[in-house]
Write a protein that binds this ligand. Structure first.
Ligand SMILES: [Zn+2]
Length: 398
């Protein structure tokens, strides 16, 4: 779906997301936001402008998903431009206009092939959401918190010449590391020096190990409450886990898979209330089966089962990623967590954009930023998704 260079979206409540304003309008010109404000003060439009009627719903910034594996039948691990385009279009239907593609634990060679495709596709036209970079999730994960990653291919940082990886990529670069592994702190320091966004996750680290990781430059928790350590009693002394530290420290941000399975809307909303919207973001951790029917799918080199709205290991012992879109997460935290629209939109757009350092061009309805917009109905269903001023999803034509 193509569009003209001027797009006027009107008759909706604008969620910037700092400000909520009824009867608002947004003007996009040449792919960027050119004007935002009350509809009656809108600039005069040329005849060529396309108009979108939000029909009293919400006009919000497009969602930014910083932890996403796949969708529409494709996986980032397929390592093809077509897979990236399929994922990008699939998640545009859930209001996402920018995403970071995640790897899963695999061979080093295969992972580097995925990184190569990520470099090739970052910032390119996908016909959907924009790929803004990659997230290395595995192999540096703890064996006892491996989740739905292949335990055979897990590695300790001290055994891997990771420098080659750290030099790669031109867009956003994220990595999840279990800080208790041999060599993990050196890896965290080396990645921090190169400007990577570093998260602790798939980890059983407690006490000082968590604090040392923060000191080394690790400031984020990958999918809080999923494969993250909890308070332990070690020889009569209580040691806090990642779950508790994430709630205590404001400078340890957390991502929340609020799909109603990994995290219920109530629990996600509790964390958001405790930490504030500046301490959290929603992520889908969506896998290949997003937008697809239940059944058997691959996640990296593993076979997983998709049923009842979530992916699981075949023995149903663990979840294996979500099949949610960002819009579903937003509905969860609003409808089941009681969060306000402003807060829910913030943790789906401005905060994730800020965490990965792309908030100068994405995440809010500010003049000059990319024309990335999601138009939602009053019950938060996606009606239109617009990426860089171009309509990439319309519910009426899907
Ligand atoms: Zn993941």
């Amino acid at each position: 779906m193509d569009g003209p260079s001027v797009l006027f979206i009107r008759n909706g409540t604008i969620v910037t997301p700092r400000v909520v304003r009824p009867d608002g309008a947004v003007l996009i010109a040449d792919g960027r936001i050119a004007w935002v404000g009350p509809a009656e003060q809108a600039p005069e439009l040329s005849l060529a402008a396309q108009q979108i009627d939000a029909e009293g719903g919400y006009i919000a910034p497009g969602f930014v998903d910083i932890h996403l594996h796949g969708g529409g039948g494709a996986d980032f691990m397929d390592a093809t431009p077509e897979a990236v385009r399929t994922i990008a279009r699939c998640h545009a239907s859930g209001g996402t206009t920018a995403f970071v593609g995640s790897t899963v634990t695999t061979s080093w060679k295969r992972m580097m092939a995925v990184v190569d495709v990520a470099e090739e596709m970052t910032g390119q036209d996908t016909g959907g959401a924009e790929l803004v970079g990659f997230h290395i999730e595995g192999p540096f994960l703890a064996p006892d918190q491996i989740g739905a990653h292949d335990p055979e291919l897990r590695r300790d940082p001290q055994d891997v010449p990771y420098e080659e990886l750290l030099e790669r990529g031109s867009g956003v670069k994220r990595i999840t590391v279990a800080p208790e592994l041999p060599g993990a702190l050196e890896l965290i320091q080396a990645a921090a020096r190169r400007g990577w966004h570093i998260a602790m996750g798939h980890s059983n680290a407690v006490g000082d190990t968590v604090l040392k990781a923060m000191g080394a430059g690790c400031r984020h928790v990958t999918h809080l409450f999923s494969c993250t350590s909890v308070l332990l009693n070690i020889r009569g002394k209580k040691s806090l886990g990642i779950n508790e530290y994430a709630l205590i420290y404001d400078d340890l941000t957390a991502e929340l898979i609020a799909d109603g399975h990994h995290l219920t809307g109530e629990l996600a909303a509790l964390v958001i209330r405790r930490k504030g919207v500046t301490g959290c973001c929603l992520v889908t951790d969506g896998m290949r089966a997003v937008g697809m029917p239940p059944g058997i799918y691959n996640l990296g080199d593993l076979t997983v089962l998709v049923e009842e709205g979530v992916a699981k290991l075949p023995d149903r012992s663990k979840f294996a990623g979500s099949v949610a879109t960002m819009a579903q997460l937003v509905r969860q935290v609003v409808n089941h967590g009681g969060l306000g629209i402003c807060e829910a939109i913030t943790v789906a757009s401005l905060m994730p954009a800020t965490l990965i350092g792309i908030d100068h061009r994405k995440g809010s309805l500010d003049v000059g930023k990319d024309g990335d917009i999601v138009v939602l109905s009053s019950d938060l269903q996606v009606r239109y998704t617009i990426a860089k001023g171009r309509m990439v999803y319309s519910a009426s034509s899907s």
